[in-house]
Design a protein around this ligand. Structure first.
Ligand code: FAD
Length: 409
């Protein structure tokens, strides 16, 4: 049978579905739009219709940022790039039929990229979290807005504060940043004496960050804490949170008026509801090309990806996956999907070999952290403390949002 040129083109037309549209999903969509011939169809499915610059959520409770300052709508950008955008939630993935089941019906795919980020697991500890518990959260825009209300209450009735990260947590940088911003804001309001702060963390030592430490970060963070009068409890296990008291596994009781604890992250329900997709925590195991060995048509990027901790710790913790890491994974995955479709070599980038670029903001100062590798062994690991770190974060936020709003990644 003779196959016409038109039929050959139709047969070769591929549908690439990306689920999730923040750091990883948005980057992957833009990269694929650049790399793929127009006959292929790119579809993005996202529960949120906007991009949220999560690193700025640490400032929302103090009224320093509002939703409109740190987010932008996705649909107009995707329209301009010829990408189909479906504002819906993925419910599960049918790996055999190659279908994503969503709140808007089933969407079939030839290639699938999962970039659904984390699900903060507040249910792991009784009384944890803003929904059914007594601690605030800064993990989502809605939660950070809720934390703003609790913050106002604290200013009216100043009493002890507890900030930290629970057993199993990975996103330690956010807990340090929020802690130091809380301390800065309390001092601005003249309340640092009325609101003594305890930092409670599952890390084995301060400045471990879930990556085994970073140069002289331990000494630097300990110095900061001493100067600012912050009490630290490391290797902490949180057993229960009551309305005004946190109970630790070793029997200590921490009274509080305002508490923010970063919980353990899991993979999202859609992944956990799809047999054969995620590991026990709902994260997706991929190779260094960000592709699932058992399902080569499926890729994953960002926090959705499973990353093994560099070594055991007395209290189990995870490895942080930053926005930069998430975008790097997405670039590699997008490159490899395009290479598979259009022809070309696959590229690989192990998570541990990525370079690290981080800013730890402290309100009016902070620390810039730069290294050739996220995980040891590293050739260099620079820590640059000072007010320039705060201004670098503000400048980066503006640069990031200005470029992404134009679809540049
Ligand atoms: C408070 C805080 C501060 C942080 N600060 C920094 C920082 O300073 N620097 C840094 O580099 N990193 C920081 N991070 C980490 C950074 O936010 C993450 O690395 C990044 O958000 C991960 O990107 P992602 O695309 O994998 O996931 P996300 O950004 O979480 O995006 C996931 C996307 O998937 C969508 N989604 C989820 N489930 C579904 C579903 N079932 N169906 C459809 N769509 C779905 C969501 O709506 C969202 O659009 C911080 C994190 C937190 C919580």
């Amino acid at each position: 049978m003779r196959v016409t040129r038109k039929e050959t083109l139709i047969m070769a037309r591929k549908r690439i579905v990306i689920v999730g549209s923040n750091f990883a999903g948005f980057t992957a969509a833009m990269e694929l739009a650049k790399r793929l011939n127009e006959r292929h169809k790119i579809v993005v499915i996202s529960r949120s219709d906007k991009f949220v610059f999560i690193p700025s959520l640490i400032w929302v409770p103090f009224g320093k940022r509002k939703e409109e300052n740190i987010s932008f709508p996705l649909a107009p950008i995707y329209k301009k790039k010829g990408i189909q955008f479906i504002h819906a939630e993925a419910l599960r993935f049918d790996l055999n039929q190659h279908v994503v089941e969503t709140t808007d019906g089933g969407i079939s795919y030839d290639y699938l990229l999962i970039a659904t980020g984390p699900k903060p697991d507040y249910d792991m500890i009784s009384g944890l979290g803003p929904e059914h518990g007594h601690t605030v959260s800064i993990c989502t825009l809605e939660h950070a807005e809720g934390a703003a209300k609790a913050w106002k209450q604290l200013l009216l009735d100043p009493r002890p504060v507890v900030i930290g990260a629970t057993q199993g947590a990975a996103c330690f940088g956010a807990s340090y940043e929020f802690l130091l911003n809380v301390r800065y804001q309390l001092a601005k309001n003249g309340l640092e004496k009325s609101c003594p702060i305890t930092f409670v963390t599952a890390e084995p030592f301060l400045g471990h960050f879930g990556i085994g430490g970073f140069g002289k970060a331990r000494e630097m963070v300990e110095g900061f804490f001493k100067k600012l009068g912050i009490k630290a409890i490391t290797n902490a296990v949180i057993e229960q949170v009551e309305p005004d008291t946190i109970h630790l596994g070793d029997g200590q009781k921490l009274p509080f008026k305002f508490a923010m604890l970063i919980p353990r992250f899991l993979g999202v329900d859609a992944v956990r509801n799809s047999p054969g997709l995620g590991n026990a925590s709902g994260f997706i195991e991929v190779d260094d090309a960000y592709r699932m060995p058992a399902h080569p048509e499926i890729y994953a990027a960002g926090v959705a990806v499973a990353v093994k901790p560099p070594g055991p710790t007395p209290v189990p913790i995870g490895v942080p996956k930053t926005g930069y890491n998430s975008e790097e994974m997405a670039r590699v995955a997008a490159h490899n999907i395009a290479a598979e479709i259009e022809g070309g070599p696959e590229i690989k980038l192990p998570f541990s070999a990525m370079d690290a670029k981080c800013i730890l903001d402290a309100g009016s100062t902070g620390i810039i952290m730069i290294s050739d590798r996220v995980l040891a062994p590293r050739k260099h690991q620079w820590l640059i403390p000072g007010p320039e770190a705060h201004w670098a974060k503000v400048a980066f936020e503006k640069y990031f949002l200005a470029t992404r709003r134009r679809g540049r990644v």
